[in-house]
Design a protein around this ligand. Sequence first.
Ligand SMILES: Nc1nc2c(ncn2[C@@H]2O[C@H](COP(=O)(O)OP(=O)(O)OP(=O)(O)O)[C@@H](O)[C@H]2O)c(=O)[nH]1
Length: 296
Amino acid sequence: MSKDKSFTSSVINWFPGHMTKAKRAMEEKLKVVDMVIELRDARVPHASANPLLSALIGNKPRLVILSKADKADPVATKQWVQKLSSENVRVLAFHLQQDALMKPIVSACKELMKDKIERQIRRGIKPRAIRVMVAGIPNVGKSTLINRLANKKIAQTGDRPGVTKALQWVKVGKELELLDTPGVLWPKFEDAQVGFVLGITGAINDNVLPMEELAVYALRYLKQHYPHLLQERYGIGEELDDPYQMLIVIAKQRGFLLKNEEMDEKRTVETLMREIRDEKIGMISWESSDGNSESV
Ligand SMILES: Nc1nc2c(ncn2[C@@H]2O[C@H](COP(=O)(O)OP(=O)(O)OP(=O)(O)O)[C@@H](O)[C@H]2O)c(=O)[nH]1
């Protein structure tokens, strides 16, 4: 893609230059917690991860929660859950607004902290509640998760630059205590592909995004991985490979044509992107676990 460079830098510039502050705030919080709940978007589990988090967390146990699982391809999500799991890392996937969260999350945290708790018991120490913080990139579902676990609406300020707030704990049942503000971190910016999939899933403000480029990326990807969904929704046939031609098919199907019979590109692109984000096309994952060598 010819505009890869400018695209990546526009995405990077969108994140305010406060990464050092965010990192420091995260380090402060990490000092007082036993473990971390890291949120990632189930549709883009690689791109929505923060590149520094593993180093920051060190050997503290981690529960990775893949949010928005209701929007992702369930087969891909299952593969990601397996891929990201390890001895010190459990992985769960949820529709954060609808699924029962409390039981599986408390139980995963207890499981991850089992050794430490057992050591305390052996030494005659009564184990206290497990202290946990939630961390993740913007818009990944941190507030939704904290509010559901706390069972009330907690005013969120996050780690916004300039906002200082005393650390507050929220009780989650008897066995867990959660920091009421999450750690907000930036996503990976390693290449344009990451920027594209974050843009497509709505993690980045549309105002800074070249929407036609996102649409072209999305159509190419869908053609390769979910051709039947393109066929079902827009009647885009097997033979069509050129994303621009696919846009024309969509424009014709919807009647998005200008006076001269040319396609109304802006409207077509906007409609396509909206329908992707609203899962009108289907449940789609934008990264496959085979393509990404990462484990956490
Ligand atoms: N469909 C769906 N939407 C979700 C899910 N989790 C969160 N959302 C929506 O995603 C949007 C962002 O959620 P928030 O909880 O505000 O995310 P956040 O990480 O706190 O966002 P910042 O405050 O920007 O850091 C909201 O519109 C939520 O309703 C989910 O599992 N499924």
